[in-house]
Design a binder for this molecule. Structure first.
Ligand code: FE2
Ligand code: FE2
Length: 477
């Protein structure tokens, strides 16, 4: 730690920055302080591998409407990971399920303890996982601006781990503390103790993958947090509400990252009058489409089965709501409603009607899909304004699925069912091949000079916090 944070006169309670009056609960404070060195060990051994002197980072210092964040150059290890919950609304009622209208819970009801702990652990597990997946990307950053954004996402995912660990320590006693340890022991891609969800065990080997990950997979996180923000368990709700604020930057990194890759590819396609910008130092549009196909389909799997009685129970109990629950114009109980969900009907891709409660994963996935489509539209406008006829598209919901109704079949991006043999022969046209990945990786030469950028990507339109693109966002040793 630098002297600014732990030097003489530093407030002891600031060792873990927080807005939850941690100093008033010495037992909890001690428990978290004993977890802190384990977290730092994890950060040192599993966090970013590129050595840096300091990084221009945003740190959460408050949760209010104005000025919740502070920007400064800080050594990453001294980032002030802390515990920040959105402000408490003392009159907040439960917004859905069988307890609708009752006051939100400030403690965990005994009957829902196991389920709530599970939901928090699953969310918590994804946060450090993405840091692990992205740990080597610093070696190939296209610019200092991008390098800084990567590290910003990394430290905030670390803070999100803190957010979940706080809930486990504060509300789940000994089992909570054990789960908090486990969150540091599981590792992305590990053979013995992998992360809980599939997409978080995939590697993020290059920057196109990083942008696709932050666009598609982090966006799944946004939707999951959105459902937990509705929770009747108020501390979870307030935690997630604040995390969503930080997530907006992660979404921006993904959206504008893909923008800039598409923009550069389009430029070179026009300049050289060709469909294939690969030989001219960019990522071919066909490869961008394959990466999109991959990241979108594995992210769809994160929403779980098309029907789920667990999720129905979570909703009825008030543990997990819907996206924009308060904007829905129904009874917020859904006991007599129905929904059409994706299904195999007589071996064909179709839909079945099920009880709305059981179809809540589908409801959330559809919100997500509509949001993803807006990104694709945006990238297509870039192609259009370059004067190109090509377009990107989201593959069919049945494409490359490992979870849900279509896990057992193979389908093309257009939604045509394929035999196993057909799939094997044709999938290299739709998913990144080793050749594609090797080519993308070969483009990833690091650029650490102020104001310079790699040839495969366009510079950003704006810098960070009003700073120009050529600002010294990162100081290397
Ligand atoms: Fe996160
Ligand atoms: Fe995120």
């Amino acid at each position: 730690m630098t002297s600014a944070f732990t030097g003489t006169g530093a407030d002891y309670s600031e060792k873990i920055p927080n807005n939850v009056d941690l100093h008033e609960d010495r037992r909890l404070q001690r428990a978290l302080e004993s977890w802190q060195p384990n977290f730092l060990n994890w950060w040192d051994s599993m966090g970013p591998t590129l050595r840096t002197r300091d990084v221009y980072l945003r740190t959460a210092v408050n949760v209010g409407r104005e000025g919740w964040a502070h920007f400064d150059h800080v050594p990453m290890r001294d980032y002030r990971w802390g515990i920040f919950l959105a402000e408490r609304n003392p009159d907040r009622p439960i917004g859905f399920g069988q307890h609708i209208g009752e006051p939100a819970w400030q403690q965990v009801p005994g009957e829902y303890r196991a389920e709530l702990r599970r939901l928090i652990v699953i969310q918590g597990d994804t946060e450090p996982a993405s840091v692990e997946q992205q740990r080597n990307l610093g070696a190939t950053a296209p610019s200092l601006y991008d390098l800084r954004n990567l590290f910003q996402v990394n430290v905030e995912e670390g803070r999100h781990l803190w957010a979940m660990v706080y809930l486990l320590h504060a509300y789940f006693g000994r089992d909570g503390r054990e789960e908090a340890e486990e969150l540091l022991h599981r590792n992305s891609g590990s053979a013995d103790s992998p992360r809980i969800l599939g997409a978080f065990n995939e590697e993020t080997p290059d920057w196109l993958s990083f942008f696709m990950f932050t666009y598609f997979t982090d966006r799944d996180g946004k939707y999951q947090l959105g459902t937990l923000k509705e929770s009747a368990f108020d501390p979870l709700s307030r935690t997630c509400e604040f995390m969503l604020k930080e997530e907006a930057h992660h979404m921006m990194v993904g959206t504008t990252g893909v923008d800039r890759v598409v923009e550069r590819t389009a430029q070179l396609m026009v300049e050289h009058d060709t469909d294939d910008a690969g030989p001219h130092g960019a990522v071919p549009l066909s490869v961008i489409q394959k990466y999109l196909n991959f990241h979108y389909s594995v992210s769809l799997d994160l929403f779980g089965g098309d029907t789920s009685t667990n999720v129905a129970n979570y909703y009825t109990a008030g543990l997990k709501g819907r996206w924009s629950e308060d904007r829905r114009k129904d009874d917020h109980k859904l006991t007599s409603d129905a929904i059409m969900v994706d299904a195999l009907v007589d071996g064909e891709i179709g839909q079945n009607e099920v009880a709305a409660l059981v179809g809540l994963n589908t409801d959330l996935r559809r919100e997500y899909i509509a949001d993803c489509q807006s990104g694709v539209n945006r990238w297509n406008r870039i192609l259009e304004s370059a004067g190109l006829p090509q377009r990107l598209k989201l593959p069919h919901v049945a494409f490359n699925r490992k979870v849900g109704a279509f896990a057992g079949i193979e389908a093309s991006p257009d939604g045509e069912i394929l035999s196993a043999d057909d799939w094997k022969q044709r999938k290299s046209a739709w998913l990144p091949t080793d050749v594609d990945k090797t080519h993308v990786r070969s483009l990833m030469q690091p650029v650490y000079e102020r104001g310079k950028i790699a040839a495969w990507i366009a510079p950003p339109r704006n810098g960070i916090n009003g700073k120009p693109f050529d600002y010294d966002y990162v100081h290397l040793p």
